[in-house]
Design a protein around this ligand. Structure first.
Ligand code: URA
Length: 434
């Protein structure tokens, strides 16, 4: 078999078979296929697309290109949850303990933040001592003890995807739904969970700006998961404004703790109930969506979810005193409000700009090796549909230096559109696909 023939076939709109897909995935991972040929194939795929069967085969090949986690030593049906990335998305910190406190094991592999979106591991590292460097045995033991664990992705999980994703990033071939779906799902399949619940974000702060693209991606990922024997659900959810109020690592952990105490922002809690319900249904904890929601609400009201979060933090080396007393998190040196330039209703928020602002404060990464400042970030006080008086705070900035604070304040003022006409609040959960 020759790589050139595979490129030619896809260029002319052909459908690649399993052997051809195995040839280029394995060849590229082993450095037998050069970057220039792989780049040509990816561009041909971008123009010609991939059929469902090709996406399934690509996912399987990439999932099998490295280590796969065998979670069969965990008692119960293991659930994973994944978000395609957003601004202020601390959902995993809340929904994982809610579900785990009901006895359903949650095994989550997470990444670090990049660009305008944050990462779960960075947020958790705001808790002194917390470590996501778990090997398979530590992960299984932790889950059997406290019903949940959140681990950083090991280097050898789906290495084919890692290499192909890096090449896609520099060849204009990231935004193809078949390639994205197989990339995300290859890591989920290799991570071993039996139930996969996906949160596909759409809107100005998401990777998928257009709802129809998010729906297509969600449908493709559900089809892959089911095709490979995993119970899979996807929620398409709004990211036209930050989720909750906090954007920035320790600020988001504090908000997650408040939500587990039953005192968090309504939108964040609503999303956690919707995702958590799918996790419980998928695991067979209950077959009734209404019952699932009730169980989750009770887990918060009784304090069980918060207790599970603390047990999980301590099991992974973190200081549980920070969960009991979030006042222990260090405050950023400079705090200031961004005032509304006029009175009116918030019509829209350029959410990616909010994420970029948090990154520029030092809370996120411009490149994958940038250091981050865990204390800085934003509290978004006004959301779409809110009325605001001129001079009232739109956003509160937590910064480590004055210069950055001022630059970000100007940017955030621009990110808000305020007008006279009342506007509808945004619908958070747009669609559930199972
Ligand atoms: N995230 C991934 O893991 N893969 C993609 O292709 C895009 C986003």
């Amino acid at each position: 078999m020759r790589m050139l023939d595979i490129i030619e076939k896809k260029k002319r709109g052909g459908i690649l078979n399993r052997e051809e897909i195995a040839f280029f995935v394995q060849g590229y991972t082993r450095d037998q296929v050069p970057d220039y040929q792989m780049a040509a194939l990816l561009m041909a795929i971008w123009f010609r697309g991939l059929e469902d069967r090709e996406v399934l085969d690509l996912t399987l090949e990439m999932a099998g290109s490295g280590e796969t986690l065998d979670l069969s030593d965990i008692r119960g049906v293991v659930v994973d949850k994944h978000s395609t990335g957003g601004v202020g998305d601390k959902t995993s910190l809340v929904v994982a303990p809610m579900v785990a406190s009901l006895g359903v094991p949650v095994a989550k592999m997470s990444g670090r933040g990049l660009g305008h979106t944050g990462g779960t591991i960075d947020k958790l590292e705001a808790i002194p001592g917390f470590s996501a460097a778990l090997d398979k045995k530590a992960m299984v033991d932790t889950i059997n003890r406290v019903h949940m664990a959140i681990a950083g992705q090991t280097a050898n999980l789906a290495p084919a995807d890692k290499k192909m994703y890096a090449l896609r990033d520099v060849t204009g071939t990231v935004d193809q739904t078949g390639l994205i779906a197989s990339s995300v799902m290859s890591k989920k399949i290799a991570s071993g969970a039996q139930v996969i619940v996906l949160d596909v974000k759409t809107g100005s702060g998401a990777f998928m700006k257009r709802e129809e693209d998010a729906l297509e991606l969600a449908a493709r990922m559900v089809s892959i998961g089911k095709g490979l024997g995993r119970t899979t659900a996807a929620l398409v959810t709004d990211m036209n404004q930050p989720l909750g109020e906090a954007v920035g690592n320790s600020l988001e952990v504090v908000e997650a703790i408040r939500t587990l105490q039953g005192k968090g922002p309504k939108d964040l809690y609503e999303l956690c109930l919707a995702l958590g319900s799918q996790m419980l249904l998928g695991a067979g904890r209950t077959g009734d969506p209404g019952e699932a929601k009730k169980l989750l609400q009770e887990a918060v009201a009784s304090g069980a979810a918060l207790a599970t979060f603390k047990a999980f933090v301590e099991a992974q080396g973190g200081d549980g005193a920070y969960v009991d007393n979030p006042g222990l998190f260090p405050e950023a040196r400079h705090v200031a409000e961004v005032p509304a330039p006029r009175s009116g209703y918030v019509q829209a928020i350029q959410t990616e700009e909010v994420g970029v602002s948090a990154m520029l404060l030092g809370g996120g990464r411009e490149t994958k090796d940038s250091p981050i400042d865990l204390a800085v970030g934003l509290l978004v006080r006004k959301k779409v549909g809110d009325f605001v008086e001129q001079g009232e705070p739109l956003v509160r900035i937590h910064a480590s230096g004055r210069e950055r604070l001022e630059a970000v304040a100007a940017r955030l003022t621009e990110a808000y559109t305020i007008g006279d006409a009342p506007v509808q609040r945004l619908q958070l959960v747009k669609k559930v696909l199972t």
